[in-house]
Structure formats: C-alpha cells, structure tokens
Design a protein around this ligand. Structure first.
Ligand SMILES: Cc1cc2nc3c(=O)[nH]c(=O)nc-3n(C[C@H](O)[C@H](O)[C@H](O)COP(=O)(O)OP(=O)(O)OC[C@H]3O[C@@H](n4cnc5c(N)ncnc54)[C@H](O)[C@@H]3O)c2cc1C
Length: 433
C-alpha cells in the first residue's frame, strides 16, 4: 500500500499550532473537540494510548452580548435584537426548546440506511434561517439562536436546515473531550501505525483507470511520479478533487457533487497576550454579538504561565472576507475587536497568526456544508466507488465536519477494497466443480 500526501506532514485538517507561541501555548487550527458521540475517535485514542481529558464545564463559559458577559442560562439577558415579549421571557435555552428541539426530536437516525426519510427531507428544502422563521421565530430570535454555533457549518442563511439539524443530533451528547497537548498526536499516531509506504510532498494531479489498474499521477519538481495499484482511495476534500483531472470521468452525479458541494470558509486568528490581571476567560467557545462570531481561549484549562492565547473562530463568508485582508491586517482587526470586548487588553498583546483553511491548496475550505436541496441530490452519491476509485473523508460520511466522519469513512473504504479483493480472488480461483 502506498499513501500519497500532498503536504509534508500528516494530519490534514487536524493541526496543532505551537509556533510562534511562547512556552507551552498551543492552539488547534482545525479539529479541536471530541464529543462523547464520537465513538471511533475515542476508540483510536484508547488504542494509541493517548491522553484524553473531559472538559468539565462544557465549552461555553459565557456569551458576549454587546460587550457584556452573560451566562447562556440567564433568561434575563437584554438581547440587542427585536424579540417578541414571549421570546424575551424564554431566553436562549427557551428559544431553542421552542423553535428547534421539537424538529430535532422528529428526525430519523442519520446513522441508519433509512436516513433521510421523505419526512426528514422537508427540512432540506429550506435554509436553517428560513426554517426558524417558518417555526414562528422573529428575526431577532433567529439572530439569538444562530449566535455562535449554527454558523459553524456555513452561513445559516445559505445552509440546508436538515444539514444543521442533523449536526444537532450528533451534538446531543454534551460531554466533550480533548487530547491534552494537541490533536496532532492522534494524526501522528495514525501515521506511525500505518503499514504503508508514506510519500509526503506528493500531490496527486491526475487519476486514470482502466479495467485492470488505477494510476495516481503526482506532480513533483523533478517531474511526474506515477503510482499504479488495483484500487485507489481518494481521501482528498471534494474542493480539491474538483481540480484533479480524472480519466475516464466519474459518473455525472459524482461530478456534480464534487463541483457543487460548497465548503465553508474557516479562519482562525490567534493572539498571544501577557495574562491581564483579573482576566475572566471566555473558555473554549464564547459566542459574541460582535463581528468576531466566536472567541476562544486556546490556553484554557492548561496554561498556568504568564501568557494566554485568544482566538477568533470565524466561518462562512465572513471568514473569507477576514482572510482577504492578509495576516497582518487580520491580526490587527481581531486585536481591535478583542479590545472592544475586553477593554484594555490590547496593551498586553504580543503577536498573532492566522490560519485560513479555504486558502490552503490542499483543503480549499473548512469542511463541506450542504445548501438546500443538496441532501436530496447528493447525500447518496458522495460515498459510492467509481470503478477502482473509492471515496473517503469527512465529506463522504454522515458525520460531515468531524474527525469521526473521516475515520468512519476510512473504515468503510477499507472494507470496500477488502471485499473487492476477495471477490477478485474468488473469481480468479479455478472452479473445483
Ligand atoms: C476550523 C476547523 C475546526 C474544526 N473543529 C473540529 C472539531 O472540533 N472536532 C472535530 O472532530 N472536527 C473538527 N473539524 C473537522 C475535522 O478537522 C475534519 O472533519 C477532518 O480532519 C477531515 O479529515 P479528512 O481526512 O476528511 O480530510 P483532511 O484532514 O483534509 O485530509 C485530507 C488529506 O489529503 C491531502 N491532500 C489534499 N489534496 C491532495 C492531493 N491532491 N494529493 C495528495 N494529498 C492531498 C491533504 O493534505 C490532507 O492531508 C474542524 C475543521 C476545521 C477546519
């Protein structure tokens, strides 16, 4: 088995960034949290004997509402949006219970073959925002409900309601875990355990197949490298596969899925500060009514030194706008906004960096995000193999946007290849009858 990896290190969108931060500070540029529902991730963490730590108080310490820190459970929040008197009474949790949970409860189980049923597909006809409005939520209530995490799967006003509702099923188990020291350890453990020849710095630019063999053609400075095999598993995001030439072309529906499924923008900007006296950490995830969407304390729970690492987690169109400023300007922008949320913090600023996944050539996006109608059209088209080519990656699983999806899809494609080999072997065996 040969593994061709375009980057020079393992991990893809699992990346722990420690440079240029001081001391033991690090941040997750991509995958950060592991939910208790992520059974395969947890199984591999145990198998590789990696450390794992429960986040004792979940992720959200407070919401930042017009610069004020508000407990998510506080029903007396003065939201800066137009809510009906009843909605004001309900508070955040009450709004979710009224407008969202009844729908989540009605949905089928995404992990079964029956998913999605015709009844589930009703929610694929509208965006998440439209669905909330149809449920009777005022515009203000929509803003409140969408704060922070619904935009995490792409712009809520463009993303299929069903796609986000499904994510809410997966989030139902509220226990959260992380790997102390960083998730890159998981990717490195996988790379070390592989019984394969791993070739880093080998971007595949062409895939060719015929009845007998499949070829991956890589672009190297010294020229093309061709690797031939009986089967090929493509684990590259569709956003990248779209630029790889394929001969003969895949089926029409696979090509459309590869071309049309959008990937959300995802920009993280991390800023290192001297720890301000009396600083009240936002925890791992503080949704804000300000332009930063979500503020994270990447040093939360482990950094005991004199410094902290805060970051903005921005997705969707805003993420693309922010990264288009360039790193230096984006850092200054985030610094100004953080200073508005935490007055005076700018004087403790030491430096910052940015990761913009949609700008990286081997990702071209944060993760896949379905628009209305796309579950109906593409959900059953993303995974099936095309001749000798099999498809893995979060985007080919039902667990889009999670490490869990990547691992489950890898297990599925491994089974597919084993079964294809077994079938070929049985056909090649001389008949004894
Ligand atoms: C900002 C952000 C936050 C996230 N938060 C979480 C979280 O909290 N929890 C969670 O579980 N998940 C999270 N995720 C999602 C998680 O990171 C991904 O779902 C998962 O890592 C995807 O794995 P993958 O193997 O499908 O794709 P990738 O990790 O992208 O792997 C694909 C690999 O293919 C390589 N490649 C690409 N093109 C080529 C080519 N042409 N030739 C050869 N190799 C190529 C890439 O370099 C890469 O190594 C987050 C992602 C982002 C971006």
């Amino acid at each position: 088995m040969t593994l061709l990896e375009a980057r020079t290190t393992p991990g893809g969108r699992v990346r722990t960034v420690s440079a240029p931060f001081a001391g033991d500070l690090y941040a997750e540029a991509g995958a950060a949290l592991i939910h208790s529902t992520h059974t395969e991730v947890m199984r591999y963490i145990r198998q590789f004997d990696l450390p794992v730590e429960a986040m004792e108080s979940g992720t959200i310490q407070y919401y930042l509402v017009d610069g004020k820190r508000i407990s998510p459970y506080d029903s007396s929040i003065e939201w800066p949006y137009d809510l009906t008197p009843e909605e004001r009474e309900l508070g955040l949790a009450g709004l979710q219970m009224k407008y969202l949970m009844p729908l989540v409860d009605q949905l089928g189980d995404p992990d079964t073959d029956a998913w999605p049923s015709e009844a589930d597909l009703r929610y694929d006809d509208v965006t998440f925002t439209e669905m909330l409005r149809q449920q009777g939520a005022s515009r203000g209530a929509v803003r409140v409900i969408e704060l922070g995490f619904e935009n995490a799967w792409g712009d809520a006003n463009r993303t299929s309601a069903l796609f986000i509702l499904k994510q809410m099923i997966y989030l139902a188990g509220r226990n959260l875990y992380r790997i102390p020291g960083g998730n890159a350890q998981l990717a490195e453990a996988f790379a070390a355990a592989l019984d394969a020849e791993v070739r880093y710095g080998h971007p595949v630019v062409r895939i060719e197949q015929d009845e007998d063999v499949v070829r991956a053609v890589c672009n190297r400075r010294a020229g093309e490298v061709v690797v031939e095999a009986s089967h090929l598993i493509s684990a590259v995001p569709f956003s990248v596969l779209d630029g790889i030439s394929v001969s003969p072309p895949f089926s029409y529906v696979k090509r459309k899925a590869i071309q049309d499924l959008p990937y959300t923008g995802a920009t993280r900007v991390y800023l290192q500060f001297q720890r301000p006296p009396g600083f009240q950490s936002p925890g791992m995830w503080a949704p804000t009514t300000g332009p930063l969407m979500v503020i994270c304390d990447d040093s939360y729970g482990y950094a005991t030194g004199s410094r902290i690492l805060l970051s903005a987690f921005i997705t969707g169109r805003k993420a693309r706008r922010l990264s288009s400023l360039g790193e230096a300007e984006a850092v200054q922008y985030v610094l100004r906004e953080l200073d508005a949320e935490y007055p005076g913090i700018a004087q403790y600023f030491e430096g910052g960096v940015m990761t913009a996944w949609h700008e990286e050539p081997w990702s071209r996006g944060g993760y896949v995000s379905y628009e209305p109608g796309q579950t109906r059209r593409f959900a059953s088209a993303v995974a099936p193999s095309e001749g000798r080519v099999h498809f893995a990656g979060e985007h080919t699983s039902r667990w889009e946007g999670w490490m869990e999806g990547a691992i489950r899809s890898g297990m599925r494609t491994a089974r597919e290849v084993h079964e294809a080999h077994a079938q070929q072997a049985s056909q090649a065996r001389p008949s004894t009858e």
